[in-house]
Write a protein that binds this ligand. Sequence first.
Ligand code: HEM
Length: 339
Amino acid sequence: MKGGKDIAFSDYSPLWKSHRRLVHNSFTLLGRERAGFLSSVDSLCVELMSAGCRGFDPSPAVTRAVTNVLQEVIQYNNGIVQTITRGGLVDIFPWMKIFPNECLSKLKECITVRDRLLTRKLEEHKSPGSEEERITDDHVLMTAAEAFGAGVETTSTTLLWILAYLLHHPEVRTERPVCMSDRSRLPYLDCVINEGMRIRPVSPVLIPHTAMTDSSIGGHSVSRGTRVLVNMWAIHHEPRHWDKPDLFNPDRFLDNQGQRVTPSYFLPFGAGPRVCVGESLARLELFLFLSSMLQRISFSLPEGAPPPNLQGRLGVVLQPLPYKVVVAPRAGLGGRIQL
Ligand code: HEM
């Protein structure tokens, strides 16, 4: 293990425990034996994830199979998100798992659906000879499952927050389709994404860590076994570092010369050995989704509706409260988008 980290429900869910062990083994192996393994995990994830993008394809060639798989992924993922931190007292007193627990049963059900779907996909993607490799099916499956578990809700929620803030700040949006000559302006999109992740970190208090040895943080001693919570919300709203921290202002990620800057106290993906392993994939997804959406679709508030509530609701991630938005194809693209 690289460092000390634990999660509240790990004690009572053997499923989750073995899942994390496998995932960490997988990522360790990933570092050592990339070939073969990467290609199967990558294509497996990319195929499932890109199903979402293919939803925009208006052609009848969007196969029923892809839609069904996507529906299944959305359903089991929603089920996991709704139940994973709702074990109630079991989170605190693991022995209480012996009593009937609706949330825990639903969680197990969703995990069964997830494993069935991923196993099917894995079988489709298996290359001849892979049996001889040291990485087992479980490694591949659990790594793919982790990519979804840690990657879907975080990225989609970040997009929802950014859209909510863009509805509040129409001056940040451009009213015409993006074209090639805008390319040099696209770094600004990164600033918008950064500002979204700063002002509403999807994980305001990071996954709890546990000190593996006697240590210290900022001059305070931390003895072995201490549970350490990183308050990302406070880091991203510290007035000594951020001017008017409650204001959505993507320009704060530009210096006086208009060059992009990334302050050291901007940590949406955490830091250190347990930093988010999906950071580059997440950044790529956010950029591609946002640029394609803003290029093709115009978003506005329904007539007379108030802008989205920005307070948020804390669950597995910090989500915006549901809001309504009018979605229309941008001029010149009419008929090419189906939603
Ligand atoms: C906007 C999107 C995302 C955000 C804001 C985000 C943020 C984070 C944060 C803050 C952590 C915890 C770091 C810590 O506790 O110190 C984390 C861990 C993790 N993330 Fe992400 N993440 C995102 C997307 C993804 C994606 C797309 C994947 C995988 C495909 C992923 C996989 C993971 C994994 C496996 C861990 C645990 C790493 C470990 O414990 O060593 N994340 N993420």
